[in-house]
Design a protein around this ligand. Sequence first.
Ligand SMILES: [Zn+2]
Length: 444
Amino acid sequence: MSRRSCLNALLLVMLMTIPTFADEAKNQWKAGFGKVVITPDEPQWLNGYGGRTEPSDGKIHDLFARAAAFRDANDTTIVMVALDVVSISTAITDRISAAVEKSHNVPRANIMFACSHTHCGPALDDRLSHMLKMDEAAWAQVRKYQKIFDAKVTKAIQLAIDNLEPAILKHGTGQCGFASNRRAPLGEGPVDHTVPVLAAYSVKSDSKTPMGIIFGYACHNTTLGIQQWCGDYAGFAAIDLEEHHPGSVALFFTGCGADSNPLPRRKIELAQMYGRMLSLGVEAVLPSLTELKSPVQTNWTTIDLPFESVPTEEELKATAETGSFYLQQRAKYLLNEAKELGKVREDYSYPIQVWRFGDELTWVALGGEVVVDYVIRLKATLPGKAVWVTGYANDVMAYIPSERVLTEGGYEGDRSMVYYQQPSKWRAGLEDRIVETTAELAGK
Ligand SMILES: [Zn+2]
């Protein structure tokens, strides 16, 4: 072979091994973030604790609607929304999703809403707010705020989509240790101390600073029960991360922490400290994240979960007159619902959302206050090198006990249902149905 043809051959081999623009584009993500303050302008009822008797009195820090949008090489757009509120309902998330589908053509299955479950956020027009001792004027204020809330959350999503730019996505898992199992015997039950993280880095700016960080933790966001607006430990953690990475937006996604509490609690300094511990758990893993290359596949379904027993309308009418405050509230709520449906509701349409990023990551979003047993079982069941389970997602309608917790009973298995205006505890069998349906959606 002549020297020239040798060079030509070498050049050809080099061209064949250099990644082309087409290869680059195959793995190319776009990412965008949006953030809007949702702190009410006026004193207003906080939600999370039924014992409150007064509206809010000032703030510790602002509450936010934060949104992330990601678009893969197939032009599939997914949107994630993190909200500093205790609960959200199907009615709220469907309404906002419909607006986003109309304006940006993103279907419902591609939008994931999660609330931080702070107990120092505003009451919304949802079922949980019926446990509050609010008069008609207070309810009118909640309904007025609801319209503002919807518009602001929609705005955050629109900002995220409009801000889409070429990005590298990376994910990994850190650790943080303050969550304690809150069921008796205290602290001895299972907990999930993992801190799943997804970070987006701009390609354009070649920056080491992430554009946005999504992070999770499985623990009740209930360090505080004060009268001031506050995002609790999750709010402090997000603010911490945003301060350490100027220009970034940090979204908190609660895990299966319904039976975990931050302990000890009830001091602002403790909420701050837990927030710092969590943000450090995120910081520790940021340098060693793995690039996420697979495009996303989205799946969504609802399953009808039956209640164990349902009262008759006559029984509800009697309770509405003579029961305790919470029993009366529930009886009135169920009677109203029965008027619309023609009967007392016997089951609940439960949302399950699954996003697969090839074999790299399977992301599950479950409605309700999900106990820790679900994340343990789903991690052992689902495909994907990494499994991320978000609770309190899309609709918070009740606690979601595992079969173990349902059998044991107590607050998470039974007593909490009254505050959610649900007729009784769930009928046995819900854990298998939720896990099996999730596995089907994940393609297993
Ligand atoms: Zn809770």
